[in-house]
Design a protein around this ligand. Structure first.
Ligand code: 0A1
Ligand code: ZN
Length: 897
């Protein structure tokens, strides 16, 4: 086992190629906890045996911030030594009982890894390497053991004591204490261990599965939050039903629990049978949660539940394989949310939303200093690799497999994967092999080694397409050429296997039949071309007029498509494409094109229009369209983000990008004022609240309309819409309408915003998740004369602010540094200086959160002067800080490399 710091105390990179199987197995773990915040005692009794398949080695157990009291081998005091934080035992028999007694201090655990206290309740977080903060162990995912857990604590303060698996015994102890004993029927790696102890209440539901087995489902929260658990429970039931229907995967436990905590570094955690969630992804009521919150809860509850098979039953051999469980499980939760949509158009909306996340977060990651393959080759701190590449790009890789083998073929592949690997710790190769083997005649099977470059090569491929029309022969030749830019450590890339879904649209909007050269007859109006060479030609025949190509339908591969569409072609696709994704994409391209032209034109002056009359007319047509859904309209009418625009530029002047996008937004607001008013009135009353996609879509469009109307009113000085907006804010019957109205006033910078913000705070002062929204709205507000940074400084002094709570820290600090480019990138560099101070401050409290914040500067090298130099200095200031965590050090070191 490698030490993670060298002799000088510098962090050492862990490399995938150095993987070796463990020299020892731990078969059983019997844990006893005496829970006390200041000093928790942990007795860990293990059965250990030598792995006969690898050369003999001492037993090296991981530990972190533990106080070691005793080590017994077969009941006898044993000699051991410490090497750094590792506990090393020599001269051991081939199989033995090992007993280790340690203590730790959960009350002082601000990293929120291992055992910690949140609002007087104990929680654990063990992924990826947190179990070693609870006891000495082989804390690696390929060591799978059977766990039995005894929890003891004061009964009045900690009436609920939970761990993984089944409750087998409980009872009282002297001095007001009590105990529970839990046995997990499945072997698991240490990262899936969990315990919870505190004053909690639960919503319980019993369900009977299709096979007749009964299960107890529970959602545990603090007293007072029980009325916000209905949606999470419904989402859990839906997840269980869906996994059984779609993949034949049943719930394998008698009892499945979800517990919510307000102090959590991430979204949620899939501990076997005892999922621990950030409250943000559990608690919802129409008064306190938005439609987006409801949708996120559904997908995160689904995600964690789906891990029960993809992650828990079959886990990762090592952390380089993280996407084996994460990419696959994101794919599964995306499919789940889509399958729950009643309308096909709602499925398309979900796909567009997912692609927006990929393009706005993963593409920049893949182009920046932290770029890494879906299966990385090395890391310094594994926590830094819970990234959009591992998750979202990993999900796209799985989606491409499904595209190549078909939906039924993919389900067959999943079955084979579980037949082969249930109960094992495996690799991404094992997964891809199972999908291919179950579909031997597929393109995936034919091209498997090449397809797997998606796992090994980083960077976003470019797909350059050109079309050639031969009117005489009625042939349309599409040339597809791929390339991939260099990424850190990978100068040259080999061609990928790229599934390209395609259709051809006539100038009048009709979908054309697709017949490739050599085929006897047309085969449908949409099909998948598979590009595996650097460049290939596809010839469509039997056409009577030049078609408009609709390429990469449904975003069938995570690539950047370059095609020199004319405006007229894009307008045809926007008006007629049968593929909703490409219809939306056409509008994005038109908007992007206008933005880039204005940004690049040195003559372009502030105040001159950016958008053409033609574009505005097309937008009006979509907005007023009698058949299109409100949700889809809202997506089309939302301009590309500043971040997405910036990614298209080699050198970024963030203030110019901001100014141009603001000008576009204002132009859209004023030119379509009457249409926005119409759209608002059409969609403003959604009746009794339900978070379903159709009504959520109408609220989203009404919200966008309100923002546009308030923006236009600011220009004209008209008081009517701001007044109406304040009224809507006050009378709102749900959080979506309320926060949308509030946001419209804040975004427009209207004086009424202050009044509304004060009222919002007073109304929701006891609702932490709503107060997070209150902070985030202000820290994310459009900058007017540099006013956001002073406001953010003030917010940090607000009595409700605490930097120790990750949700609160994110609501202020991340909203400003990562989500408000116009305010953050100040010519005086004050935003960057403030960022560096916050990274350093956070690093001493919670390195994981600090390292995430450090990533706000990932794209610094693209910035124009004076931003670039100032940004570099700020990063260097962080890097120079002594005793930085390896989390933050890895991020800033890569940024400066
Ligand atoms: N496996 C979890 C994500 C997760 C990872 C690390 C954590 O440590 C702080 C917490 C959660 C998931 O994918 O949901
Ligand atoms: Zn996950």
């Amino acid at each position: 086992m490698l030490l993670s710091r060298d002799a000088q105390g510098q962090p050492v990179a862990i490399r995938r190629e150095d993987y070796t199987a463990p020299a020892w197995w731990i078969d059983t773990v019997d844990l006893t906890f005496d829970l006390e915040p200041a000093k928790t005692r942990v007795l860990n009794k293990m059965q250990v045996r030598r792995n006969p398949e690898v050369p003999a080695e001492p037993l090296r157990l991981h530990g972190d911030e533990l106080n070691l009291a005793r080590v017994l081998v077969n009941g006898q005091g044993a000699s051991f030594r410490m090497e750094g934080s590792e506990l090393v035992l020599d001269g051991l028999p081939d199989a033995f009982a090992l007993e280790i007694f340690t203590t730790c201090c959960p009350a002082k655990n601000t990293k929120l890894m291992g055992l910690f206290v949140s609002q007087d309740t104990f929680f654990t977080q063990c992924e990826a390497e947190g179990f070693r903060r609870i006891t000495y162990f082989l804390d690696r995912p390929d060591v799978m053991a059977s766990y039995s857990v005894l929890l003891r604590a004061d009964k009045a303060q900690y009436p609920v004591l939970l761990s993984n698996g089944n409750l087998v015994e409980e009872g009282d102890l002297p001095e007001g204490r009590h105990f529970t004993r839990w046995v997990d029927p499945f072997k698991k790696p240490s990262y899936l261990f969990a315990l919870v102890a505190g004053k909690l209440v639960s919503r319980s539901q019993r369900i009977k599965a299709r096979n007749g087995r009964e299960h107890l489902l529970q959602v545990y929260v603090r007293a007072g939050d029980l009325d916000k658990t209905e949606h999470a429970m419904r989402s859990l039931v839906n997840s269980i039903v869906w996994d059984e229907l779609r993949f034949g995967l049943p719930l394998d436990l008698d009892r499945f629990m979800i517990v919510a905590t307000s102090d959590f570094n991430m979204g949620a955690m899939e501990n076997k049978g005892l999922n621990i969630f950030n409250t943000k992804y559990v608690l919802a009521s129409q008064a306190t949660a938005t439609d987006a919150d409801f949708a996120n809860i559904e997908s995160v509850v689904g995600h964690e539940y789906f891990h029960n098979w993809t992650g828990d039953r079959v886990t990762c051999r090592d952390w380089f394989q993280l996407s084996l469980k994460e990419g696959l499980t994101v794919f599964r939760d995306q499919e789940f949310s889509m399958d729950l949509c009643a309308e096909p158009s709602a499925r398309a909306v979900k796909r567009i939303e997912d692609v927006r996340v990929l393009r706005s977060a993963q593409f920049p990651e893949d182009a920046g200093p932290m770029a890494h393959p879906v299966r990385p080759d090395s890391y310094i701190e594994i926590s830094n690799f819970y990234t959009v590449t591992i998750y979202e790009k990993g999900a796209e890789v799985v989606r491409m497999m499904q595209t190549l083998v078909g939906r039924a073929g993919f389900t067959r592949g999943m079955q084979l994967y579980f037949d082969r690997h249930d109960g094992q710790a495996v690799t991404c190769d094992d997964f891809a092999q199972a999908i291919a083997d179950a579909n031997p005649d597929s393109e995936l099977a034919r091209l498997l080694p090449q397809f797997k470059r998606w796992y090994s090569q980083a960077g976003t491929p470019r797909l350059a397409a050109t079309g050639q029309w031969d009117a005489q022969a009625g042939r349309y030749t599409l040339q597809l050429t791929q390339s991939c830019p260099p990424t850190p450590g990978q100068e040259h890339k080999q061609p990928f296997v790229i599934p390209v879904n395609i259709g051809l649209v006539a100038a009048d909007g009709r979908a054309l039949a697709l017949q490739l050269e050599g085929e006897p007859a047309p085969q449908g109006e949409s099909r998948t071309l598979v590009l595996s060479q650097a460049s290939e030609q596809f010839v469509f025949t039997g056409l009577s007029a030049e078609p408009v190509p609709s390429i990469l339908r449904g975003f069938s591969a995570p690539v950047i498509l370059e095609f020199d569409f004319s405006d007229a072609q894009l307008l045809t696709l926007l008006a007629h494409d049968g593929d909703p994704f490409n219809r939306w994409e056409a509008a994005q391209r038109l908007g992007l094109r206008a933005a880039l032209a204005a940004i690049r034109d040195p003559q372009h002056a502030a105040g001159t229009p950016v958008l053409s009359a033609q574009f505005l007319d097309a937008m009006r047509e979509v907005l007023r369209h009698p058949q299109l859904d409100a949700a889809f309209k809202e997506l089309v009418l939302t301009l590309p983000t500043e971040g997405y625009i910036a990614e298209q530029l080699d050198v970024v002047d963030p203030q110019r990008v901001h100014a141009v996008r603001e000008a576009m937004r204002l132009q859209l607001a004023t030119a379509l004022a009457a249409d926005w008013q119409w759209a608002f009135e059409e969609n403003s009353d959604t009746g009794a609240y339900s978070p379903d996609p159709a009504s959520a879509g109408r609220r989203a469009l009404a919200g966008l309309a309100l923002t546009q109307l308030c923006l236009a009113a600011r220009e004209s000085g008209d008081p009517v819409w701001p007044g109406k907006t304040l009224q809507r804010f006050k009378n709102a019957g749900n959080m979506t309408d309320r926060v949308n109205a509030l946001s419209a006033l804040v975004v427009a910078g209207h004086p009424l915003a202050q009044q509304a913000l004060a009222r919002f705070h007073a109304l929701f002062k006891d609702e932490a998740l709503v107060i997070d929204k209150w902070f985030a709205l202000q820290a994310g507000a459009p900058d007017r004369g540099g006013d956001v940074l002073p406001l953010v400084r003030q917010l940090m002094k607000h009595p409700d602010f605490s930097i120790k709570n990750p949700n609160r820290a994110r609501s202020v600090i991340f909203s400003y540094c990562s989500a408000n480019p116009g305010a953050f990138h100040r010519p005086d560099a004050a935003g960057y200086v403030w960022w560096s101070e916050r990274v350093i401050e956070l690093d001493a409290i919670n390195p994981q959160v600090a390292a995430r914040l450090a990533r706000a500067m990932d794209r610094w090298s693209k910035l124009a002067e004076p931003y670039r130099t100032a940004a570099r200095e700020a990063i260097a200031r962080v890097a120079a800080k002594p005793e930085l965590s390896k989390d933050t050090l890895e991020v800033v070191t890569r940024a400066l490399a």
